[in-house]
Design a protein around this ligand. Structure first.
Ligand code: NAP
Length: 405
């Protein structure tokens, strides 16, 4: 496999050897560059060597709020980061989980307003095709008036990172060799890129049951994030279903009772996994009802209304039932996106990357930092991910400086 360094770094490096006596870089047209390379065989030799061996100072893997925030900070620190944003898959797409979300009402700094006008003015026109339509029916004084949508928010972050010089590679990282530094990062296309430091920000994906009807109604009543989606108009004063029996399911169900007419918690056993205090909160809530020992087998709906109900199957006998509902929230755990690391970084018992220093983003491998949901099984919010992305870039910058890199 070819080992490549940063093109930018190659050019910088070559140009840095062609300095005038007063140390100003010479502006070189391509033809002159060829002549210079022919004339100065030694320099040419250096340039070729650099093409194969210049390592990136920092590579960011992941393109959600943690990845872009890390890239913004790293580029502003002149680290010239290279960010791998991944390719689309059934469960994960570039821009991370936010790309599956509709309106984001709790990201500080984005109150509802004419978001589309701002997004279109900020994001490069060649990426406007990627923006979802502005939600219909949200208007004030004849102008769109809505909270920023997930894709819009992450596109803004991406733009901010690009504006400061982040280079974006649309490839998946499939392996990281951590045995020696610089690390070797292998992509799905077989490229190997060397890096002195790496920020892992690949996130976690919400677990679903794998029913075909889940896919049909994602973003039209099927969600895995009550905090993100629960307050949307489609769910107001309607019956809703939460699937799961852990703390998250209970928390999400209690949260949804603020908006819904009724919340059914569908759990596969006759006992909740959630902590006692959370259970009590749920069981005492007059708007909540637990449907014990059942699992969803089909989500029912139509094109016009989205989800209209859920077919359930008993886990103890052959009986079945139908619940009318305009939303189904899955809360059956998350899976961190760490498969490409193949167990090379220490993780906690749930598989999330472990920070090895309190309130620092250091991992068990020196030079590798982790940010966002891939290292967080507790908060899992866009804004906390962005915060830890910033922390990881600052940690990487300081660590590189300590190494003299
Ligand atoms: P969790 O504790 O792993 O619970 C997942 C739930 O989903 C379990 O009830 C499980 O059922 C159910 N489930 C899993 N796979 C399923 C399937 N295929 N079909 C049907 N049901 C399925 O996950 P979590 O609730 O997201 O919590 C994660 C961690 O965060 C926990 O440590 C939790 O304590 C913590 N947390 C804390 C708070 C808080 O303190 N406020 C809030 C949220 C989360 P079984 O019970 O039968 O296994």
């Amino acid at each position: 496999m070819p080992v490549v360094g940063s093109r930018q770094s190659d050019e910088d490096s070559f140009a840095s050897r062609l300095q005038t006596p007063d140390s100003k870089p010479v502006f070189i047209l391509p033809r002159l560059l060829i002549m210079a390379r022919e004339q100065f065989a030694d320099l040419n030799h250096f340039a070729e060597r650099d093409t194969r061996h210049v390592a990136e100072r920092v590579i960011v893997i992941g393109s959600g709020p943690a990845g872009w925030s890390a890239a913004i900070y790293a580029s502003r620190a002149n680290l010239n980061p290279l960010l791998f944003e991944g390719t689309p898959h059934a469960e994960m797409i570039p821009l991370g989980q936010l790309a599956f979300t509709t309106e984001v009402e709790n990201y500080a700094g984005f109150p509802a307003g004419n978001i589309r006008a701002f997004v279109e003015s900020a994001v490069d026109p060649d990426r406007h095709y990627n923006l979802p339509p502005a939600p219909a029916g949200h208007e004030r004084n004849g102008q769109p008036h809505y909270a920023v949508q997930g894709v819009e928010l992450v596109e803004l972050m991406k733009q901010q990172a690009i504006n400061f010089g982040t280079r974006v590679a649309g490839e998946d990282v499939v392996d990281v060799d951590v045995e020696a530094r610089p690390f070797k990062v292998t992509t799905g296309e077989g490229r190997v890129v060397e890096a002195h430091s790496i920020i892992v920000a690949t996130g976690a994906r919400a677990n679903y049951l794998g029913l075909p009807s889940e896919e049909t109604f994602k973003n039209r009543g099927v969600s895995a994030c009550a905090v993100c989606d629960g307050a949307l108009p489609r769910f107001r004063n309607k019956p809703l279903v939460v699937v799961g029996g852990g703390d998250s399911a209970v928390e999400e169900a209690c949260y949804l009772t603020k908006f819904a007419s009724k919340v059914y918690v569908v759990h596969r056993r006759d006992q909740l996994r959630a902590s006692k205090i959370m259970q009590q909160r749920l069981l005492e809530n007059p708007k909540a009802e637990v449907v014990w020992s059942h699992v969803p087998v089909n989500i029912v709906g139509n094109d016009k209304d989205g989800v209209t109900g859920v077919d359930l199957q008993s886990t103890v006998d052959q009986s079945a039932k139908h619940l009318p509902a305009s939303g189904v929230f899955f809360s059956i755990g998350h899976t961190p996106n760490t498969a490409f690391l193949k167990g090379k970084l220490e993780t906690n018992e749930k598989g999330y990357i472990r920070w090895t220093r309190p309130f620092r983003t250091y991992t068990s491998v020196e030079g590798i930092f982790a940010a966002g949901d891939v290292a967080d099984d507790h908060y899992r919010q866009a804004i906390t991910s962005a915060g830890t992305g910033c922390m990881a870039a600052l940690d990487a910058e300081r660590w590189l400086a300590e190494q003299g890199l």
